[in-house]
Design a protein around this ligand. Structure first.
Ligand SMILES: [Zn+2]
Length: 101
């Protein structure tokens, strides 16, 4: 069993994403939290790994406008601020679990 495989990905409301993992763990992110850890090349410098986007600039009212599956390893999110280049691998989502941080 791969514990980093989601069984259920639920948009419980427009500003919240809940993931139920194969090992029974549950993770819940707000859209603003996801936007704040967005790993895309526009938010994080690919060479230095430095975050170019300031998470404190994210509105707490941000919502995710769209959630798409990417293969069987990630989800792609489009946020209400128009940002849509972030691909969030399942392993990344598990590693950045706000409840475990
Ligand atoms: Zn990004």
């Amino acid at each position: 069993m791969n514990p980093f495989q989601p069984l259920v990905i639920r948009r419980s409301d427009p500003a919240k994403l809940e993931i139920e993992w194969a090992d029974g763990h549950r993770t819940s992110y707000t859209a603003a939290q996801l936007r704040g850890v967005c790993p895309c090349a526009g938010c994080v410098n690919e060479v230095t790994g430095k975050r170019m986007h300031d998470p404190s600039s994210v509105s707490p009212d941000l919502t995710q406008a769209d959630v798409r599956m990417v293969g069987n390893y990630a989800i792609a999110l489009r946020f209400s601020d128009g940002h849509d280049t972030g691909i969030f691998p399942y392993r990344f989502l598990r590693d950045h679990d706000p409840q475990l941080a």
